[in-house]
Design a protein around this ligand. Structure first.
Ligand code: CA
Ligand code: CA
Length: 588
């Protein structure tokens, strides 16, 4: 009898192990299941909050390294990935479109996949990747040549490999894909090359396209291989044929709010940057120069790709204030469903969770110059004199008037994700306080060439800091505390029920702050700048924390005077996994 039972148990275990498959339910529940991390954002709403409190303010000083893993390669570049953890394996993506599977207990590599990138890829802002998606037996990620690759998660073998768009026209891909109801959903990158932003949904099993939704008015969507509906109304807010090269790249990916069954994607800058070429340079009646739906958040029906709602953060955009920043669904202290987003333009917005309508906005960085505020409808109150001037039409190649604008085009906040703490009800926003000289120039569209019509130099505005991690009360917009950092912050934030705020700095420190006071409780030098996104999970009754270290991203490439200020920082590429040993969990 005993032997029979034992045999039955063993075979059951074997079956379970062979069939460990990530389901839609696993993805839907990710935020509350503490033994795995199967979504970008540690949950579909991207709160990046863990209910784990084994590791907490009293014992975080006992957090110690468990293992480290080198990404190798000759070219160490920005490591912006968020790791995934499932079934004893950690999946991370690396610079130059690489993917690694690592044994979670030992830190040893199980397999590595290197995409063969063609000559002539056009990534605007470093050769980064921000993470993968996992579903069934597959782990899926996008590559810099604008392809989407599904790999067998046990072997790294390619299951399917599909083109998102033509890299030769300036398209690329860096975001973590989303999995929703058996579809894998992606955006695209290339907003500095006059591409057209798009959201694509594919059958996750085959990689075949189910629907597409362009972000720029006048472009046609598709559903099941047929034209579906036009985005917006042709020429309502765009002059002539400019909507054909209108930008609005969906380069940061999106989120899914199961409560309203809505995909939420952001759209980047309208192209070109020079707003005078898009009729956006001078105020007009109504919204004629708004250039919809660039610099907007867009709510999309995941079944059809139809637009449910939109909210444009920067109509008449003229400073490269991409509207891509992540939208985090949350419940406020009164129990209301809300959406929060911290925009490149320096304002922190609260929208209604049901239909995305504007509720309020407050500045989250200092000295914003391009607008004096946001009005009751959600529209910026522009300082028209702070818009870079029109080039003189008569003189080919002549610059328009230069202005000094705050924030810089790299934003009050760029791609690096914020966190919402269910414990405090506050958001923790990685921001930067800097400005730029910006001017406009003439430009004409040429496929595969930069399409800006602007020049710029980023400059610090304060002596003592550029980076500022801010704890923001979303009910009032009040900044409860802030942590200043010399270099610009460029990595993600995570909060926990243990009262901790984790994030890393370009100077290499991986830090845990007190979520109520901002006091530094723990810090570890990782050897290179951190621009990655931390995660936490539990295993064998112990809490683990991982972050990938490796300096890079847009700042060293585009940062102007700021790039010079931080050019001493060394590149790298290491996964650091930390553990709170059981015997030290209760120690103060
Ligand atoms: Ca989970
Ligand atoms: Ca942009």
């Amino acid at each position: 009898m005993t032997r029979l039972l034992l045999a039955a148990t063993v075979s059951l275990l074997a079956v379970t192990s062979a069939q460990a498959q990530v389901t839609q339910e696993d993805i839907a529940n990710d935020a509350t299941t503490t033994g795995d991390v199967v979504t970008n954002g540690m949950g579909q709403t991207l709160q990046r909050y863990s209910p784990l409190d084994t590791l907490n303010r009293d014992n975080v000083r006992n957090l110690v390294p468990a293992w480290a893993f080198s990404l190798g390669g000759e070219k160490q570049r920005g490591q912006e990935t968020q790791p995934l953890v499932y079934d004893g394996i950690m999946y991370i993506t690396g610079s130059y479109s690489r993917m690694y599977a690592i044994d979670i207990k030992t830190g040893q590599e199980l397999w590595q996949y290197d995409a063969r990138l063609p000559e002539g890829i056009l990534p605007c802002c470093d050769v980064v990747n921000r993470g993968a998606a996992i579903y069934g037996d597959m782990v899926i990620f996008g590559t810099l040549d604008a392809r989407l690759v599904a790999l067998d998660r046990k072997t790294g073998d390619v299951i399917w490999n599909k083109e998102i768009a033509d890299y030769r026209a300036g398209y690329s891909y860096t975001a973590a894909p989303l999995i929703v109801n058996g579809l894998v959903i992606t955006g695209n990158s290339g907003g500095e090359f006059g591409i057209v932003g798009e959201v694509q949904a594919r059958d996750v099993e085959t990689g075949e396209i189910v629907w597409t939704r362009p972000t720029i008015e006048g472009n046609m969507g598709t559903l099941n291989g047929e034209p579906s509906t036009m985005t917006g109304t042709l020429n309502a807010t765009w002059p002539g044929d400019m909507w054909k090269t209108g930008g609005g790249a969906t380069w940061l990916g999106g989120s899914y709010d199961a409560e309203t069954d809505t995909l939420i994607f952001g759209a980047g800058n309208p192209s070109p940057w020079n707003s005078h070429l898009r009729n956006a340079g001078t105020p007009t009646e109504g919204n004629a120069g708004d250039n919809l739906y660039a610099a907007s958040r867009i709510g999309i029906d995941p079944a059809t790709g139809e637009i449910k709602w939109h909210f444009q953060t920067t109509p008449r955009e003229g400073w490269d204030y991409d509207g891509v920043n992540e939208v985090v669904a949350y419940t406020d202290r009164e129990g209301n469903g809300r959406l929060a987003t911290a925009d490149r333009n320096g304002f922190f917005y609260i929208l209604d969770r049901q239909d995305g309508h504007f509720l309020r906005a407050t500045p989250f960085v200092q000295d914003i110059s391009w607008a004096s505020g946001i009005d009751d409808t959600g529209r910026p109150i522009y300082n028209e004199e702070n818009r870079p001037g029109a080039p003189t039409a008569a003189a080919e190649g002549e610059k328009g008037e230069t202005v000094f604008a705050v924030p810089s085009f790299l934003g009050g906040k760029n791609w690096m994700p914020m966190s919402f703490s269910q414990r405090t009800g506050n958001f923790y926003v990685p921001s930067n306080e800097w400005g730029m000289d910006i001017w406009n120039e003439p430009v004409t569209y040429r496929e595969g060439a930069a399409y800006l019509g602007s020049g710029f130099t980023i400059k610090p505005i304060f002596e003592d800091h550029i980076g500022a991690l801010k704890a923001i009360d979303p009910d009032t917009g009040e900044i409860k505390w802030e942590y200043h950092n010399d270099a610009p912050l460029w990595g993600g934030v995570m909060t926990t029920a243990g009262g901790l705020v984790f994030f890393g700095t370009p100077e290499g420190e991986f830090k845990a702050l007190d979520d109520e006071t901002g006091e530094t409780l723990w810090s570890f030098q990782t050897g290179s700048g951190i621009v990655g996104q931390p995660i936490t999970w539990e295993q064998d009754g112990e809490q683990y924390v991982t972050v990938v270290s490796g300096w890079g991203g847009a700042v060293p490439l585009w940062g102007g005077e700021v790039a010079n200020r931080v050019n001493y920082l060394n590149q790298g590429g290491m996964v650091w996994t930390f553990r709170l040993p059981k015997e030290l969990a209760s120690a103060g």
